[in-house]
Design a protein around this ligand. Structure first.
Ligand code: FS2
Ligand code: SF4
Length: 516
């Protein structure tokens, strides 16, 4: 096996041997390569033979399957490979698969650019998939998946590949906008919401991942059954959506970010539903109560299929019975509640207040401290950074990296909390909307705003978001905890020279540089 798509890759160079750091077996990794090879073959066929709606959906599912911490199951990956090959045949395609391992062996700059495209497409596929589950799709986005995949099979140089890298960022902006529209149309505009970390007594289900539609279906199926529902990880922002929070049994949030799940789920007396990443190999103390749905798959776990009949999850929760007494959990820093719901709808509704606060000097600087969390020790940088930001600064955040500091009470500025959670990783779209609105209000470019992005990355959704930020011309991004293994020295030079991407150093030094 060879895989270097995520931040925790072995020795910072690539997972090889019999398993990845994430627990993915060599056999599963090889099958994911085979799946990607088949997808590139399918995309090549679609250059001459018109794809159907089914083709587009399959491409999303197959790309999503290969994201870190989504699928560890050789049998379901094999089924996906067979489906892609069958689709190619159904479209009348004669061409064989393209061997993706050629990319891993290519010249390091070509490998780097093709990796940026492939991993960006994988991340974007997750967003497009969630939008599709809510009935939204886009011809531009669908077509670009095929264009990008086909490009991976071309014998192209940097001049041809760089524009595709940037186009991945452009199309991902469209894709995040599509998902934002899908989420807010289905569930309303998120509003600021305080979310308890207390687990009440009695049966409960923990729902994790990014798929709001799955949460809604589960809330409907558990209504009146005496089961409480708690979000986990990237599902936390669900509490901000009016049409989800109307369910009285959606009670609060359990636990912190994904990398703590093996400890936090240990012997938990409730059922756990994974709608997307990040799934870690479940330990025996709780593996009997973990369920998967959508493209998430792990050998031996019960999978909820397309009929979305959550009966096995519900029965497990009832059988386990929950805690006999209320449990008072806290966040990483000892806080008993967290807040969410500060999407662009809310922040821009008070734009006048924000602009006045900046003009009057009450707000000196905005930080977007967000992205993925992970297990690396250096990630406490983000906690320390936020703790050290001056009282006249605002911290916007999103994705699971926020669990490092979202239970901190840093007070308020002009009636707004200093830490504002904009939502999931895909809600980077909200941050972009706010930045653009502020730049218009101040009559300057986004790079001239008193705004700095301090990002943490882990998996491939972070890749497509980073590409979107670059496409928008955002400069001076601080990135950590380490740089991607798939960025070659030349590609890094390009990013530093054109965008001044800076690896994080220490909170003290970086804050001095930013505010200096
Ligand atoms: Fe966190 Fe994992 Fe959102 Fe990522 S829960 S690293 O999938 O996409 O972020
Ligand atoms: Fe290694 Fe990450 Fe690939 Fe897993 S997804 S095999 S940890 S690089």
């Amino acid at each position: 096996m060879f895989c270097f798509q995520c931040e925790q890759t072995m020795r910072g160079t690539g997972c090889t041997g019999c398993a990845g750091v994430c627990g993915k077996s060599a056999a599963a990794a090889d099958l994911q390569d085979e799946l990607t090879s088949a997808l590139i073959g399918l995309a090549r066929v679609c250059q001459t033979n018109a794809p159907t709606a089914q083709t587009h959906r399959l491409v999303l599912e197959a790309l999503f399957t290969t994201i870190t911490n989504v699928n560890f199951d050789e049998s379901t990956i094999q089924i996906m490979i067979d489906r892609v090959r069958a689709e190619k045949a159904a479209l009348g395609g004669q061409a064989g698969d393209y061997d993706v391992r050629q990319i891993w062996k290519a010249d390091e700059d070509i490998r780097s650019l093709k990796s940026l495209i492939l991993f960006g497409l994988r991340g974007m596929a997750a967003y497009a998939y969630h939008a599709l589950m809510l009935g939204r799709s886009s011809e531009e986005v669908d077509a670009f998946f095929l264009k990008g995949l086909a490009a991976l099979g071309e014998d192209w140089g940097m001049d041809e590949l760089l524009p595709i890298v940037m186009e991945t960022g452009k199309v991902n902006l469209t894709c995040m906008a599509l998902l934002d529209e899908a989420n807010t149309t289905a569930y309303g505009t998120p509003t600021p919401t305080t979310v308890p970390l207390t687990i009440e007594k009695g049966p409960f289900i923990i729902v994790t991942g990014h798929d709001l539609k799955d949460l809604e279906l589960l809330l409907k199926q558990t209504e009146g059954k005496g089961i409480n529902i708690y979000t986990h990880g990237e599902m936390l922002p669900a509490h901000g959506y009016p049409l989800l929070k109307k369910y009285g049994h959606l009670k609060g949030n359990f636990g912190t970010a994904w990398q703590n799940q093996q400890k936090e789920f240990d012997n938990v007396p409730g059922a756990i539903l994974f709608t997307t990443n990040c799934l870690m190999p479940p330990r025996s103390s709780y593996s009997d109560r973990v369920f998967t749905t959508e493209v998430v798959s792990y050998p031996g776990l019960v999978h909820i299929g397309e009929d979305k009949d959550f009966t096995p999850v519900i029965e497990k929760a009832l059988a386990l019975g929950g805690y006999s007494e209320e449990q008072h959990f806290t966040g990483i820093n000892g806080g008993t509640t967290v807040m969410t719901g500060f999407g662009h709808g809310t922040v821009l509704s008070v734009a006048d207040k924000v602009i006045d606060a900046v003009k009057g000097g009450a707000i000196k600087h905005f930080f977007l401290v967000g992205g993925c969390d992970g297990a690396r020790p250096g990630r406490n940088y983000y906690t320390d950074f936020v703790k050290q930001t001056p009282a006249d600064t605002v911290i916007l955040t999103l994705a699971c990296g926020k669990y490092r500091f979202n239970d901190l009470d840093l007070g308020t500025i002009g009636g707004l909390p200093r830490i504002m959670d904009m939502g999931q990783c895909n809600d980077a779209y909200s941050a972009i909307k706010v930045a653009v609105a502020l730049s218009e209000a101040f009559g300057c470019g986004v790079n001239d705003l008193p705004l700095t992005l301090v990002l943490s990355w882990y998996e491939q959704k972070a890749v497509c978001i980073l590409l979107t930020l670059l496409y928008l011309g955002l400069k001076n991004i601080y990135l950590g905890p380490t740089l991607p293994a798939f960025v070659s020295p030349n590609v890094l030079n390009f990013l530093v020279e054109n965008y001044n991407i800076t690896p994080i150093s220490t909170p003290e030094e970086d804050l001095k540089k930013i505010l200096g």
